[in-house]
Design a protein around this ligand. Structure first.
Ligand SMILES: Cc1cc2ncn([C@H]3O[C@H](COP(=O)(O)O)[C@@H](O)[C@H]3O)c2cc1C
Ligand SMILES: O=C(O)c1cccnc1
Length: 359
């Protein structure tokens, strides 16, 4: 299924890109006056292979939840049970992601890809559990390559089901106590940046815990033989091994979710640092996936900025959010819709009889 999905991915369509650019310039506004929103609409046209691109709605948020063996190293002040407790909170509609999703009119699905507790499938929850949390990435591989592939495929299946159910835009979400540690390790591997530059404070930690977290990320790269790509990214053949070594099940599943969106030409709005790390994995497997992604926001985590630079994506919202769950992606969704609606609804100089400034 992974191979099939990868084989279906195409880069942006140059003709649709050119048509969308030309169309933007015919609309009744000064050229370029919608700034980065023009680029978003043009990007979605290239991704869809059509100008104007289809409206990116309805949108569906998938919150991939999993636990992390590295939690045992004290990288976060929160107990591991908060992951499963927050899953229950998402399902009863009480989390920030639910509030933002309600505001944006977005459907929420929670996916257990590796929570440390057994969960029964209930409406709104899909169970694709790979294991009861990962192993400790600072002592050896967090998961096997086979588990990484199964988690990627879980993300593919979830995206496929949501698109089959009518979703025309996919938004990434995550829940997993300690997952900013795995994110930092992945970002360090895939951007070639030093762990000290890409490790952040996650939910909020003191200086001593922060310094230890950086050491643990560094140790994870050394123990797993991943410290050998300074300033470069690992080759695609190494990407799955790197994902398995230092990633989480939610990172793998989000990478698969992104790959399916790209393959199906359904745009994917990326959330914060966890999605950024997952997108680096997806882009290492096929660089064309970034043509199908919009960076919803820039998180306060330093690794997220490094990931966005590496991916060549410009974030739409920059509000120092550091929550995850899909909250940044949800805030961006109405902006992405507005950008595309301009292409559908706004009159041209010709059609409205507005005098165009001579070029
Ligand atoms: C109550 C609560 C709700 C959350 N919602 C998202 N996260 C976020 O914080 C966690 C990662 O941070 P760290 O690596 O520092 O543990 C992830 O679960 C992420 O989704 C939350 C964290 C907490 C505590
Ligand atoms: O950037 C994020 O998405 C983030 C930051 C801190 C904790 N959880 C998620």
């Amino acid at each position: 299924m992974l191979a099939e999905t990868l084989a279906a991915i195409r880069p942006a369509d140059p003709r649709a890109l050119a048509e969308a650019r030309a169309h933007q310039d015919r609309l009744t506004k000064p050229r370029g006056s919608l700034g980065a929103l023009e680029e978003v609409a043009i990007r979605l046209a290239g991704a869809a292979g059509a100008s104007p691109p289809p409206m990116p709605e309805p949108a569906a948020l998938a919150i991939f939840a999993a636990d992390h063996g590295v939690h045992a190293r004290g990288v976060t002040p929160w107990p591991q049970e908060v992951t499963v407790q927050m899953v229950a909170n998402f399902l009863s509609g009480g989390a920030v992601a639910n509030a933002f999703a309600a505001q944006a009119g977005v459907q929420v699905t929670v996916v257990d890809v590796g929570v440390a507790t057994d969960l029964a499938e209930v409406p709104g929850l899909m169970v694709h559990k790979i294991a009861y949390g990962t192993e400790d990435l600072s002592r050896g591989p967090a998961m096997t390559v086979d588990q990484a592939v199964r988690a990627l495929e879980a993300g593919i299946v979830v995206a496929r089901d949501l698109v089959a159910g009518g979703a025309r835009c996919l938004i990434t979400g995550d829940m997993g106590i300690a997952n900013t540690t795995a994110s930092a390790a992945l970002i360090s591997v895939f951007t070639g940046k030093d762990p000290a530059e890409v490790t952040g404070r996650g939910t909020g930690i003191d200086d001593a815990t922060y310094n230890s977290k950086v050491d643990i990320v560094r140790e994870s790269l050394r123990v797993n033989g991943l410290a050998g790509f300074p300033g470069t990214a690992p080759p695609p053949s190494e990407a799955l091994r790197a994902l398995a070594a230092v990633g989480g099940f939610e990172h793998a599943a989000i990478a698969g979710f992104i790959l399916y969106g790209a393959a199906a030409r359904v745009p994917v709005i990326l959330d914060g640092v966890i999605a950024g790390a997952a997108a680096l994995v997806a882009a290492a497997l096929d660089p064309a996936v970034t043509d199908h992604c919009v960076a919803g926001h820039r998180s306060a985590e330093p690794g997220h900025s490094a990931a966005l630079v590496h991916l060549g994506l410009r974030p739409l919202v920059d509000l120092e959010l550091r929550l995850g769950e899909g909250t940044g992606g949800l805030l961006a969704h109405p902006m992405v819709c507005a950008a595309v609606r301009v292409m559908h609804d706004v009159a041209t100089f010709d059609s409205a009889g507005v005098t165009e400034k001579p070029v």
